[in-house]
Every structure is written in C-alpha cells, then in structure tokens.
Design a protein around this ligand. Structure first.
Ligand code: DX5
Ligand code: ZN
Length: 221
C-alpha cells in the first residue's frame, strides 16, 4: 500500500489548525511542506510554510516531508532543519555542479534528516542515477513545480517505471515519491508505476470527508 504525504501548500490560513488536525485524524502518513522561494518558481511560500512548519512541529507527531523548490538550497536546508523534518528533498535542477549535490546531501544528513532529490517533468530520470546510493528518496514531479491543483502529466509515469526498474536491478533501497495532480482518479495508475509515497494536496483538501478520502486513496493502491 502506498503512503500518503498530505501537501499543506493550499491549506487556508484562517482554518489551518483545524485542517491540519483533520488531516492527521484522517491517517495520512506525512505532512508535505512545499517551500517556494519566488526564484526557482514564481510563487513565494516561505513565510506561510515557516508558519505551518512551526505549527506542525508543535501539534503533530507525524513525520514532516519538506520539499524545497528554491535556488539557494543550503540556506533553506538550515532554515527548515529547525522544525526537525523526517526528510528534506531538494530540486536537482537548482544545483549546477555534482560536487555541490554531494555537499548538500551531506549537509542534510548532518542534520539527522533523510535526503530526497526531486526532478521536474522535463528532467531525464538518468540524472538521478549516480546519487541514488547516497539518498533515501527520489521525488518524481508529476506536474511542473510551482502550484497546487494542476493536472498530472501522464508521460511522467514512464519515468517512475524506469526508475523503479533501475532501483530493483541495482538492489537499492531508495524509495520513490510522486508529487502533483494525484487524486482518486489518478492514484491507481501512479501506484502501479511503482511509487512508495504519493503527495496529495487538493485531492484531499477539496473533498468533504478527509478520513474517507484517505481511506479510498489508500485502498486504490
Ligand atoms: C507543486 C507542489 C506539490 C503540489 C501538490 O509544486 O510541489 O506538492 O502542490 O498539490 P496537488 O496535489 O494539489 O497537485
Ligand atoms: Zn511538493
């Protein structure tokens, strides 16, 4: 069964505490925190995600899954380490040199955190291969990073299948997360492609009964 990481990106500020509580009660497995710096992507969510991150640190025992869509990865790794996430994921496209990627992997690990690397829909999955033995998770973006509520790009599923096959062949234990446009209509296909964790934002937040939605999402995988 696939685990669910609930994206808090589109959680409304007025009702944040209640919604976050309801998500936890609905038996999600992680809270997914989408940090955007207004540079790597247009939107800037730093303040909102700081607020939600700190709130979650106080009110939940669930693991926090931080997704950095930022240019200056090191600065944000340091900033978000303070909320003691279970995992910090950064976008491979934000880093130019391979040595720097390894440096960031070490930095995240030194904060007692698991490490994830994300790739955009247009980035070849092979770009990830050499880093897989050193990280815990590969995040395949199933929409262009930048906002919630988009439609899943079907071609990204092929990348998940190729990556899954490669991980199996090489006997690695890297897990795969998919992020963007996942809901009750798409989760089955994404799960079949080989993921371990599905990020779901609007696919839960736009529904009436979170508990029922999470149950259904899981039962489809
Ligand atoms: C997109 C974010 C995703 C996304 C998930 O840049 O990384 O986490 O907001 O939200 P939904 O499930 O609404 O696509
Ligand atoms: Zn995300």
């Amino acid at each position: 069964m696939v685990e669910i990481s609930a994206s808090v990106l589109d959680v409304k500020e007025e009702e944040a505490t209640k919604i976050l509580y309801n998500l936890e009660v609905a038996k999600i497995d992680y809270f997914h925190i989408d940090v955007m710096d207004g540079k790597f992507v247009e939107k800037n969510t730093v303040e909102k995600m700081n607020e939600y991150g700190n709130l979650l640190k106080q009110i939940t025992t669930l693991p926090l899954d931080v997704h950095l869509m930022v240019e200056d990865v090191e600065t944000y790794v340091k900033l978000y380490s303070t909320i003691e996430p279970n995992i910090i994921t950064f976008q491979l496209e934000a880093i130019q040199e391979k040595e720097k990627v390894y440096k960031i992997i070490e930095l995240i690990k030194s904060n007692n955190c698991k490490v994830g690397i994300a790739i955009k829909p247009g980035t070849d999955v092979k770009e990830l291969y050499e880093f897989l033995p050193y990280i815990n998770m590969a995040l395949i973006m199933t929409v262009e990073p930048g906002k919630g509520g988009q439609t899943l790009i079907p071609e990204t599923l092929r990348k998940i299948k190729i990556l899954k096959e490669y991980i199996k062949q090489k006997n690695l234990d890297t897990f795969i997360e998919a992020d963007g446009g996942i809901n009750e209509n798409t989760i089955e296909e994404v799960a079949n492609a080989g993921i371990d964790i599905a990020v779901v934002g609007n696919g839960i937040l736009k529904t009436e009964n979170y508990k029922e939605t999470v149950r259904r999402l899981k039962s489809l995988t």
